[in-house]
Ligand binder design. Structure first.
Ligand SMILES: Nc1nc2c(ncn2[C@@H]2O[C@H](COP(=O)(O)OP(=O)(O)OP(=O)(O)O)[C@@H](O)[C@H]2O)c(=O)[nH]1
Ligand SMILES: [Mg+2]
Length: 201
């Protein structure tokens, strides 16, 4: 049986950076949205694979059709593997959460981050971990952004989300230890006795 630890998020949120800094996996990161283009799997321990998703949303220099295809592939993967996903981690940019959410809502759209968090909770029937990345960039907007994120996620009434939001910086490393411990704990609870067995520390 193959199970997955899945990382989702909008292009450029810092999914690959978090994977690299937290687990030492040699994934590609990049300045421009759209670095990771394939659903990429890395072995973590026997039967457990880490999945770095492409970004869900606007990708630099990509057509709407390409963006749409990538979104479809992400959703197909999540739906087709729902039973095999041991844990999902949604990564977002904590320095721009309010700004991006409000800009979209003014145009009548829902935040892609909130859309994905809800989708993960519905498909997996449990709450994803929500990682508020780039706290080093948020300055004095950090508290407001995290407060708004907590309120918005609370509106979904997700099961077991009393402690599911993790402010981190993949750049400075702040918060990554706490996140790693929580991921470890949850994977052990799902029966993966040594979930990081194949990863270097
Ligand atoms: N300041 C700051 N920059 C970060 C942080 N995490 C990632 N970045 C930068 O954000 C950019 C995107 O990082 P990636 O890890 O490639 O993002 P991604 O979510 O994997 O992006 P896609 O593969 O395009 O979907 C890179 O320039 C990173 O160096 C952070 O915590 N703070
Ligand atoms: Mg990436």
């Amino acid at each position: 049986m193959r199970e997955y630890l899945v990382f989702t998020g909008r292009p450029n949120a810092g999914k690959s950076s978090i994977i690299k800094e937290t687990f030492g996996v040699d994934v590609s990161t990049g300045k421009r949205p759209g670095t990771t283009r394939q659903i990429s799997e890395y072995p973590m321990s026997r039967g457990l694979f880490l999945v770095d998703m492409p970004g869900y949303g606007r990708i630099l220099k990509a057509s709407k059709a390409t963006e749409g295809r990538i979104k479809d592939r992400i959703i197909d993967f999540l739906e087709n593997n729902a039973e095999k996903i041991a844990l999902a981690v949604h990564v977002l940019d904590a320095s721009t959460f309010i700004e991006v959410t409000q800009r979209l809502e003014r145009k009548g759209f829902r935040s892609l981050d909130l859309e994905m968090i809800k989708l993960l909770a519905d498909v997996l029937r449990e709450s994803p971990l929500v990682v508020a990345n780039k706290i080093d960039k948020a300055g004095n907007q950090l508290e407001d952004n995290v407060f708004e994120l907590r309120n918005r996620v609370a509106e979904f009434n997700l099961p077991a989300c009393n402690n599911c939001i993790f402010p981190v910086s993949a750049k400075t490393g702040e918060g990554l230890g706490t996140l790693k411990n929580e991921i470890h704990k949850r994977l052990v609870n799902k029966g993966h006795r040594i979930p990081f067995d194949f990863l270097k520390d």
